[in-house]
Write a protein that binds this ligand. Structure first.
Ligand code: 5AD
Ligand code: SF4
Length: 478
């Protein structure tokens, strides 16, 4: 496996997933759902499972017994789409044996490829975009009457706020909670504003209620999700005006505080922050609450100001480094991760060197690193040539990966000898005698299980590490 594939696989988190708490063996209709791409897609699949459950569908892990197969797709890079296409070809073969089987695609590839997938390649019967999931029962009915069913309309206000997601199998400890949808940023490389539409925030009370329900069901960690969580706003217009003066307003810092107050035993994480919008009040709230994890994912994309300008990121290298200083000042032990793109349009060797030197300056704990992949309709596709040769993109990617591996290793080595509070997620892949869990800084730790189990907090002394994992021993229970 090439470096790039490995890194992208980690970023894409592999495949999902079947549902646990909804399985109902008495129901006649069965749904098989699989997710690709970002955490938001995984979270959306839980909303879809809930809508389908209300329409009488039980979920199954066995595709051979499914009446409906839904694939929640990703368009962010070309190879994400290729993976989904390969999977759809496999399902097409299943349809030859079972012509009644309904195969549908959801998510980001829906709008982009609806015509090809439905009409030209005939790979699917149904296409539903990210804002059309409530329409799925109707669309499935349309397929039953022999029609090709499509709904890719994007909405300005759909947040699925009232839908209580059916949880996918994450061990029942950690859950994603979507707080906003869409993105208004228009980074020039990014297809998301076209596939997911305009930014809109979800009612904070429904978010807090969902977190409370999760805690009562035994969950101990929530990750608040949005493409750009720092621009979360409720009852405030995009121009900053209060929409309804008789109602309170909520920004992201305030929302995080509301969620942190659900219980000190509930860990709060969030993703993704945007360097141009991340304010000190968010950092101050993080520092104030022990249960808001000291970990920030702050994608930089490039360490060079000219390249950032072409990327339309809205900040310079200096601005970004000032935000890093603010994190280190306000939350001294905060872990920081990032996303980096190599070989963006016009990226020179000097610009690439600036990315490497920025990595030296920040010392990221973790990074997701990608070769630039041109996406249709984006500003970059329209304005710039994708002119960095693939072998140069690959070489630059290897250089940044190498730097990151060294930085991750030193970051983990600095943890050796410390005692960390770990939330146990379950058995380690290494052996049944070991458990695994995460520190607040989001490092995975493996340790002998003693008599502990998942969902418990334990204090673990860190004894050894690799660049990816910490190893240690439980010193006490919390
Ligand atoms: N090519 C490569 N990487 C991309 N990303 C987004 N669009 C592209 C693209 N066209 C990366 C960015 C973003 C992450 C989710 O995916 O780094 O932060
Ligand atoms: Fe894409 Fe930029 Fe929006 Fe992130 S902030 S989803 S990279 S447009």
């Amino acid at each position: 496996m090439s470096h790039e594939n490995k890194v992208i696989d980690e970023a894409m988190q592999g495949e999902a997933t079947m549902l646990n708490d909804s399985e109902d063996t008495t129901s006649k209709k069965k749904l098989f759902i699989e997710s690709y791409g970002c955490q938001m897609n995984f979270s959306d699949s839980e909303v879809v499972a809930s809508i389908m459950k209300n329409d009488g569908y039980a979920t199954t892990r066995n595709v051979d017994e499914a009446d409906v197969v839904l694939i929640n797709t990703c368009s962010i890079r070309e190879n994400a789409e290729t993976r989904v296409r390969n999977r759809l070809t496999e399902f097409k073969k299943k349809k030859e044996d079972n012509p009644e089987l309904v195969v549908g695609i959801l998510g980001c590839m829906a709008e982009r490829l609806k015509k090809n997938l439905l009409e030209e390649e005939k790979l699917v019967d149904l296409v539903a975009g990210p804002d059309a999931y409530r329409d799925l029962p109707n669309l499935i009915e349309e397929v039953g009457t022999g029609q090709k069913a499509v709904n890719v309309l994007l909405s300005r206000d759909e947040t699925y706020a009232d839908i209580s997601p059916v949880r996918l199998d994450q061990g029942g400890i950690s859950a994603f909670v979507t707080i906003m949808r869409g993105c208004d940023n228009m980074c020039s490389f990014c297809v998301v504003p076209f596939t997911r539409g305009r930014e809109r925030s979800r009612d904070p009370h429904t978010i807090v209620q969902e977190c409370r329900d999760l805690f009562e069901k035994g969950y101990r960690e929530v990750t608040l999700l949005g493409q750009n969580v720092d621009s979360y706003r409720w009852n405030i217009s995009s121009k900053g005006e209060i929409k309804d003066p008789s109602q309170p307003t909520t920004n992201f810092a305030q929302l995080m505080e509301m969620v942190a107050l659900v219980s000190p035993e509930l860990r709060v994480r969030f993703s993704t922050s945007h360097p141009k919008d991340m304010t000190d009040d968010v950092l101050e709230i993080m520092a104030k609450y022990e249960n808001i994890c000291p970990y920030i994912h702050l994608p930089v994309q490039s360490g060079n100001t000219d390249c950032l300008y072409r990327m339309n990121r809205g900040y310079s290298r200096e601005w970004y480094l000032e935000r890093i200083d603010a994190i280190k000042r306000i939350i001294p032990d905060c872990a920081i991760s990032t996303d980096i793109i190599t070989g963006f349009c016009g990226e020179t060797e000097e610009e690439h060197q600036d990315t490497l030197s920025l990595m030296d300056a920040v010392q990221y704990d973790f990074a997701y690193m990608f070769k630039y992949s041109e996406r249709p309709k984006t500003l970059a596709e329209r304005r710039f040539a994708d002119d960095v040769p693939d072998d140069v993109k690959g070489r630059r990617l290897n250089e940044i990966i190498e730097k990151q591996l060294a930085s991750s290793l030193s970051s983990n080595k600095r943890q050796i000898g410390t005692i960390q509070k770990v939330l146990i997620e379950g058995k380690s892949k290494r052996s049944d005698e070991h458990l695994c869990g995460r520190t607040g800084r989001n490092s995975m730790v493996i340790f002998p299980k003693l008599d502990c189990e998942k969902g418990q907090y334990v204090m673990v002394r860190i004894d050894e590490c690799t660049s990816a994992t910490l190893m240690g021993e439980i010193v006490s229970k919390c």
